[in-house]
Design a protein around this ligand. Structure first.
Ligand SMILES: [Zn+2]
Length: 479
């Protein structure tokens, strides 16, 4: 055999050996099952469902550019009725419809902020139950906002209400925070953060929506998992423009604006300048879920040391969700041309919505796309953009506190770090807090996932007592 032959044989031998190691590791580590089930408490479920139902019935759709303080004041009046002790004993601040409550503890050294927004997205289409009916039926509370995210607002108000009724005094200050502009990316939460900054408050832990108790978080991984949001991708909007001298459509020139934009779109789709890689948090997420999946899943994700290069190529090709976890995504969302069917546009534009990943953040992603655009004789304007923010450290005291609370309130529920591809208000808190954890202690099955921002939004009544207990335990554990 030639030298090359021997080298090839050696490489093959090493590969087979590595595969064997991965195989043996997988067989030895065995499969795990996620078998947590919610404890049923019919009386509490009924009480909390009723409160949530009333909250859903007050329509709180936020709209860009509209002054809507009155609408939110009506919602606050309901909160005062449902949670009288909170309103009697806590210090309330209202800024343009956004709410901040302070529950004074024995110490103000490591305050905790429990937060979720009050506003909801509009409800269109045909619903099984009217979107603002708040119907309680089939063991669920129905309506816009029931899952996103009046359930968690109800749960933390109720948690404080019950602790107050017991005469409990928190060791540390507790803040309840709720903006009315989350769904429109408005300035409600920044105003609350400004207020806390003015008071010199530096929270030890902020707990917002984002992750949740998710059923089958990845296809094939059965059971419920506490998906704890530790990293949120950045976001940007870029406008791409193509100019020309216009002209009549009866003798169209080559390379007209829309043709150039189209070529650019195809180029980005075919030769994406975005690199796939595993952020440490994404690796931790797949590693945690691996033992609960089918064999192939356990083999691949349980041995990332070997299969990472392969998965970096494979995953983005087979699933858009997986692609979003590994790279900056580019979505083409809007476009414009001329105003008439028979007029060539002098300018045509295209808008891209980007979600930045830390390893190819705002600047690197924007530069890569701008270079590609220039090749097609296009210019790029950044409309707005912010980086992915630093993740919550998985070994931090705040993260461990949340894990301990989950163990106590949801015994046996596996916990998993989670990377959010969407945005929440929590990012505004990152200027004053290192541990903004995105986790709603509510069960989201496939039906709830479909309902959020979609038709027939609902939440299971059985998941409400656990949510209330979660917030109570966070307050109690923060000593
Ligand atoms: Zn939300």
């Amino acid at each position: 055999m030639s030298v090359v032959g021997w080298i090839l044989l050696a490489v093959l031998g090493v590969l087979v050996l590595l595969l064997l190691i991965a195989l043996v590791r997988t067989l030895l580590s065995g499969a795990r099952r996620a078998e947590w089930k919610a404890r049923r408490e019919p009386e509490r479920e009924a009480l909390y469902s009723e409160k949530l139902s009333r909250m859903v019935q007050v329509e709180t759709v936020s709209r860009r550019g509209a002054v809507q303080r009155e609408k939110f004041l009506a919602f606050h009046a309901l909160l005062a009725e449902l949670f009288p002790l909170v309103h009697e004993r806590l210090e309330k601040t209202e800024i343009d419809g956004n709410l901040l409550f302070r529950w004074k503890g024995n110490s103000d050294e490591r305050p905790v902020v429990l937060m979720s927004h009050q506003d909801v997205v509009p409800a269109e289409g045909e619903w099984l139950h009217e979107p603002f009916s708040g119907d309680i039926a089939d063991g669920k509370v129905w309506g816009r906002g029931s899952a996103d995210t009046k359930c968690s607002v109800m749960a933390f108000f109720q948690a404080v209400e019950e602790l107050l009724a017991e005469g409990y005094v928190p060791e540390q200050d507790v803040y309840l925070s709720s903006s009315c502009t989350e769904e429109i990316g408005g300035d409600g939460c920044p105003k609350l953060v400004e207020e806390l900054k003015r008071r010199g408050v530096r929270p030890f832990l902020v707990c917002d929506e984002g992750g949740a108790i998710v059923e089958e978080p990845i296809g094939g991984v059965k059971g419920h998992f506490a998906m704890i949001g530790v990293l949120e991708k950045g976001q940007g909007n870029l406008r791409v423009s193509a100019r020309s001298n216009g002209g009549h459509s009866s003798y169209p020139p080559k390379n007209s604006p829309i043709a150039r934009l189209s070529a650019f779109v195809c180029d980005v789709e075919k030769h994406s300048p975005m690199h796939a890689d595993f952020e440490p948090e994404v690796e931790a997420m797949f590693g945690t879920l691996a033992p609960y999946g089918p064999f192939a899943y356990r083999l691949l994700f349980g041995n990332l040391w070997l299969f990472k290069p392969l998965l970096k190529k494979l995953l983005p090709a087979i699933s858009p969700q997986a692609a979003a976890l590994l790279k900056t995504t580019v979505a083409f969302t809007m476009q414009s041309g001329s105003d008439a069917t028979n007029v060539m546009p002098q300018e045509a534009t295209l808008t891209m919505n980007l979600r930045y990943i830390p390893h190819q953040n705002r600047k690197a992603s924007n530069v890569a796309l701008t270079r590609m655009a220039e090749k097609h004789d296009l210019s790029v304007t950044v409309l707005d953009a912010y980086n992915a923010l630093p993740p919550v450290k998985i070994d931090s005291a705040a993260y461990r506190l949340v894990e301990d609370v989950i163990d106590e309130v949801f015994p046996g529920l596996p916990k998993c770090p989670y990377v959010m591809t969407g945005g929440t208000d929590a990012r505004f808190y990152q200027q004053i807090c290192d541990a903004c954890i995105r986790f709603s202690p509510v069960v989201y099955g496939p039906e709830q996932m479909k309902g959020m921002h979609g038709l027939n939004e609902n939440v299971d009544s059985f998941s409400l007592p656990g949510a209330v207990d979660f917030y109570k335990a966070v307050i109690r554990h923060n000593q």
